[in-house]
Ligand binder design. Structure first.
Ligand code: G6P
Length: 505
């Protein structure tokens, strides 16, 4: 499908690129970005003759690579392992342009505005009584950080579009770049542009946390797109309502369209998913099989049951309340003490953001308290590991009896989908109603209400005591759903819409 996409070149933009450079004792190393997004977009782009993936320099070594190459352009092959190719690549290759920005500006862009401010607003994490407190320094950081870095990336995109005659399909990714589309549209009116947002889009009232001048710029920035994409209909609807309420533009809430001058901007939803074939192969690898055997032996001996959670340490994941609910379950069902273990694999995330560091400290304290209360025969109920180890996570997915996803809000939550593909124990998904995946998988899951500890404890009990045929039916159906709506489908649906817009069908 890829070669005949649009008869137009493709320009992608994301903050983190498909690969990261680093340095160890042997010299420069290069590794592939993790996750379904990289697989899907890299898989698409590397088969197109004319494409470029614009991204930020995420490490010192990325910046060094950007400086060594004209305009930060490098060609890389992803298979069998990622490597830079000099000259004309033989076979599929990715064209990457790494943009290096001023470190102080980048710090304000990433560490002040993207995370936490935009991230916190979009995940509903601000308490409002005392936070956020926006000061002069945040206003300055918006201009000299978020806006300046957006402009630098937008200039790189414009440069790439112009180098291709001013016409291209442009795919922008995520909340880092709300000001890019408008700039690109002004400079290159012939682009076909989608901005996909991977995190929730909250209601208009939540956006009122931001000063009017800033929220209006963010919204007008996004309206430079032809399509603004989300994971769920709810987020797409919120977006159109935000534009209606905060900008006063005419909208159609059934069609999810917005009129901006003589243009129509469409809000669409495309639920992102996983690559089942890739997951199957990881799940079948020797490393995962060995890990799974060890986990079985350690956690599931003598008929014990295993609850698993795998999350980044983002406060939005609601790990603290999740553990409190597990503690309440053990308080209320003492017969389960010593019979149920909880393995939590938490991947450190954005450790330089204060709110994250504080949250991780709290997680540790809560776990220590519950373990002290419920240790039996030398066995602690919660095994908390701060690791990023994908094979170990997949092994846990395979053997768990219950997966807990208790997020306060999450754009999609791919962990739930990964478990649905690889689980071998007819595990039960215990899924927060506030994650995008609940729209697709909720009917096969037990629903968690992420602020209600008692409800979550009861839902965990229901999951752990669910009759085998019921568990089997639900997990089968969830697996089928994810295998049908996989990541290729996510991308193809967007491409089909763009082709229609660009007049190719
Ligand atoms: C989460 C979001 C993604 C986002 C990513 C950025 O996973 O769901 O949409 O791209 O965070 O993470 P980073 O580590 O680059 O800040």
């Amino acid at each position: 499908m890829a070669e005949t996409l649009f008869d137009l070149p493709l320009v992608l933009l994301s903050n983190r690129g498909p690969l990261t450079f680093d340095r160890d004792s042997s010299g420069r190393t290069v590794s592939r970005g993790s996750g379904g997004l990289v697989s899907a977009l890299a898989g698409l782009a590397e088969h197109l003759d004319d494409h470029v993936w614009v991204c930020g320099a995420a490490s010192e070594e990325d910046a060094a690579v950007a400086r060594e190459n004209t305009d930060g352009r490098v060609a890389v092959q992803m298979h069998p392992f990622p490597h830079v190719v000099e000259g004309d690549p033989d076979g599929p290759a990715l064209r990457v342009r790494i943009v290096e920005t001023d470190p102080a500006a980048y710090a304000d862009f990433y560490g002040v505005w993207s995370n936490p401010i935009l991230w916190f607003i979009q995940h509903g994490l601000y308490g409002r009584t005392l936070s956020p407190v926006l000061t002069q320094s945040d206003h300055t950081a918006f201009e000299s950080g978020y806006a300046a870095v957006n402009l630098a990336y937008a200039d790189a995109v414009v440069d790439e579009v112009r180098a291709r005659g001013g016409k291209a399909v442009v795919l922008l990714q995520d909340y880092h770049f709300y000001l890019v589309a408008e700039h690109v549209r002004r400079q290159c009116p012939d682009v076909v542009l989608t901005h996909f947002i991977h995190i929730p889009w909250p209601s208009a009232d939540d956006w009122r946390i931001l000063p009017p001048a800033i929220r209006e710029r963010l919204l007008y920035g996004l309206l430079g797109s032809d399509v603004v994409g989300f994971h769920t209909r709810r987020y797409a609807t919120h977006f159109v309502q935000s534009v209606q309420e905060l900008l006063g533009l005419p909208v159609d809430l059934d069609e999810l369209t917005i009129t901006v001058g003589d243009r129509t901007v469409r809000a669409r939803y495309y639920p992102i998913s996983v690559d089942p074939a890739a997951l199957d192969s990881v799940a079948g690898s020797a490393e995962v099989v060995e890990y799974a055997a060890t986990l079985e032996q350690f956690f599931r001996d003598e008929g014990r049951q295993l609850v698993v959670r795998v999350d980044r340490t983002d406060p939005s994941k609601n790990v603290v309340r999740g553990f409190l609910a597990f503690g309440a379950l053990l308080d209320q069902h003492p017969e389960l003490v010593g019979r149920v273990g909880f393995l939590a694999l938490l991947q450190p995330s954005r450790t330089d953001v204060t709110e994250y560091a504080d949250y991780i400290a709290l997680v540790g304290a809560v776990v220590a308290e519950i373990n002290a209360r419920h240790t039996k025969d030398g066995r602690q109920p919660i095994d908390l590991r701060m690791v990023e180890d994908f094979p170990l996570a997949v092994a846990a997915y395979k053997v768990c009896d219950v997966l807990m996803v208790s997020a306060i809000a999450d754009g999609m939550n791919l962990v739930a989908k990964e478990v649905a593909v690889v689980n071998q124990r007819d595990g039960v998904l215990a899924l927060s109603e506030n994650v995008g995946a609940h729209e697709e998988l909720g009917e096969f899951a037990v629903t968690l209400h992420p602020f209600d500890i008692q409800q979550m404890a009861e839902a965990l009990y229901e999951a752990l005591t669910m009759p085998a045929p019921d568990r089997h039916r639900r997990m089968q159906a969830a697996g089928e759903q994810v295998r049908t709506y996989d990541v290729a489908r996510w991308l193809n649906d967007q491409i089909d819409d763009l082709r229609r817009l660009a007049g190719f069908v």
